[in-house]
Ligand binder design. Sequence first.
Ligand SMILES: [Zn+2]
Length: 1003
Amino acid sequence: MPWKILRACFALPVWALCTLMALSTVTLLPPRVRAQSGEAETFQRDSKQAIDEAYTEHIRKYTTAPALNSPLTDYLPVSTTVPTPAKVLGDVAGAPDVLPYAEDVYRYFRLLAAASPRVRVFTIGHSEEGREMIAVAVADAALLDHAKENSSRLAQLGDPKSLKLDDSKAQALVDRSFPIYYITGTIHSPETGAPTALMELAYRLAVDNAPYVQYIRTHLITLITPVVEVDGRDRMVDVYKWHKAHPGENWPHLIYWGHYVGHDNNRDAMAMTLELSKNVLNTYLEWHAQVLHDLHESVPFLYDNTVGDGPYNSWIDPILTNEWSMIASDNMARMQAFGMPGAFTHGSFDTWSPGYLMFMAAFHNGISRLYETFGNGGADTEKRVLSPDEYSRTWYRPNPPYPTVLWSQRDNNNYEQTALLTSLSYFAHNSKLFLNNFYLKSKRSVEKPANGGPAAYVLAQDARFLNRQIQLLKVLALQHVEIQRLTQAATVALPPPPHKEGEEPKLETPPPPTSQTFPAGSFVIRMDQPFSRIADALLDRQYWSPEDPQKEPYDDTGWSFGDLFNAKVSRVTDSHILAAPMSPVTDVTQITLGDAGAGPFYVVNNSAQVSLASLVYALRGAADVSISDVNFESDGQKFAAGSLIIGGVEVSKLTSLLKQYDLAAVSIAGRPAVKLHFAEAPRIAFMHTWLGTQSEGWWRMAFDKLHVPFAYINTQTVSKESDLRARYDVIVFAPVGYASGQRIVDGLPMWGNALPWQTTSLTPNLGKLDSTEDIRPGLGEAGVAHLRDFVQQGGLLITAEDTAEFAIEEGLAPGVFVAPRKEARVVGSVLNSAVVNGKQPLAYGYDGPVPLYSADGMAFTVSNLTLNYHLLTAKDYKRPTGRGSADDEDIPQGREFEKAPPLPAPKAWEATPLNEEQQRNNPYLIPAEYRPQVILRYAEMKDLLLSGLLANGDSVAEHPAVVVAHFGKGDVVLFANDPLYRGETIGSYALVFNAILNFGHLK
Ligand SMILES: [Zn+2]
């Protein structure tokens, strides 16, 4: 393929470029720095230091082939005072059958810290389930003793405004400072090797007297979080123990990694919803680290994927992309010199989405790095059979992995440690260069308005958007982004509208506005701040060209938070905004939404806030809450349908709840005489499968964070529970993740042994969230029948993506079908939609376009028939040969002309009406009151794409996106989008909670 040839041509220049770049940067620096980077490293051992013979012998024994180790890690130096990992593990790091719990890993690091002045251990926070997370600092005691002063110097380099952008001051700080290299392990729980590799790495850094190790520990602090996903680690160790106790049997896959999500915990660096994300970022920024290096295991044998492949993220500093190449070039060159097969840095991973944990560094002026090494998902030594794309020799992988290999956890630990040690050595030898780059990147972040721009983003003061704006500001605050608020109105010039080449300028009436005024109280995200890049990347829009040579985007292609939060965010290029009077918002939880007044009644206007349901559930039994069915006016104020009318409430209770949930209420004198219904806070069951719990995990997290209570049940419970309706009003069936209806019904194949997920003395960490003696059985035909009864008897079933498809296949959504995707290409994009039926409670509070997250361009069609049968429309009909033109009527000769009734011309989101002939004695015809209602439909093609990739979108444009189907006495809500996704889709949350709050009123 041509692009690959192009890539190959780039191979040489990239390497050459790195060298040139290093040289050119070096010439700008003082002599001291130049001298530093000239040193060559030999990685010689200290011949005077004795080795731990027994430990070394075990390393040799567990390494499956000599080439799978290096001179750096094929021995362990001995210490009379400092314990080796064997003290806790009972064997060497990476030994077969040994997989330590997080607390064992921590115990070792604490023993190490007690024995060596070169090691310190810190608690950095806790997980959702209360497990501790730690960071371990390793360096010469002199560095650790001065870590605080060093940190304050790094803080100044990282905030060049504090230095008034004075390069000479920065240089003086660089000269006196040393960098922090932060390594994180096992965020992905089935990728199990990192904790033991990092235990041994810390020992080496503390004990080994090899000159290169001494150089590392006297020139930088290595910071280590050995277990990032600590809840998942403990569950993974349980699963591994179960496997060892049941030889010859299949073992359960890791159903739950973290409390909420699995693999996606490494997609949380944008919305920052998980404790691990907050803990790692806070640690990274408290230490003012320069590198965040995250360890993974999925690729043989070591893929430094930070160089990866294009497209690269648009918002990072070019200095960074070259730092990736510089470090990786040296790193891979060392691995080649050691003769270790399968080490490479180019590959298919694109560096577009910033959701990865490592990207926290990329967007906070540091360096993101990531290794994929090879792992067996446990500590078994196994024969691994690779696929051709893994073992073939390519231009970027001249010494590829073996086609088949006996692989051990020790092999993994050899690779991880060797590559890390050489990286640390390179970084230590170039520490001044990288510190200088850290300053430069920070400075250029502050200078953004004057260079690439924009000047700022503004969230216009608007009560209808404020609740969602606050959710967005909370994310920015977690990202350590500075937020300001206008104290007076500010007017900025608008750039002229984009003019497409060859297009006649449009004569618009009225002409497009040339300026925009933001009222006082609007929030301003200035781009002249150190962390402008993360704010810019989140708030800007993304464009992934359909022609991009990268045909397999690694993750989402669009994520524009202003859209996904539906938060009215403006990108301002006019730098006058920076001179507008504004004051800092130091605590986003203290943004006031106004005084609710003295009652006796209160109205919370519905503007599609995320948290109306939170308030209703919190007031259950403590107030009299109704929901208006129509728009209304009271005491001269206008309120939208779906607004909450609250009476009989204690003012202090209401006030504190409003504050907690970022809501505003207004007092009215009496209960308004409008059509309303009691807000009954329905009983919710949240049903998951045993196939996968990640997509539902994001939904579950949204419910938990909003304090909307539910019973957590699974498909097996439903197969046994014949009277669901007696117990629940609403069943939420969140997406499973590309599961067919048949898989949901069948579960896993039933041959082989049972696969339990239960709390036992052998597996104390399993079975807590939910449990089963066998994860294999699915929903079953009985479960389907019970769900059908539930809806028929008046229950509400909420589905999305694959579970919507399941509801359709099982006949629960008469008249709704999945639109054939045809050639459409959508990969995690933000698409626009419009409200079709504003009177339907799901749409309450939405009064404009609604941006939606679409994973793959799924959309619906609706019909007045239960069959997916295409009825002829005006669009389909092509007249036969005859008189006149294609648009004229043909006229039969010799008789009076009989004009045919017009064929129906429905919109893509509408059902085709049937004529009398088609309706007569038609058992498939859905009675009018049972026909599906389309709530949202995707925008027309020209307005469809907001962010990301969209090609051939005809099967998406204008098609239904959110539909309510009616079955028996109940309703089924179907989302073609994912409305509760990764904490990023705040703007569509209210669609789900509107449905729940208005249970029983959706017809
Ligand atoms: Zn991973």
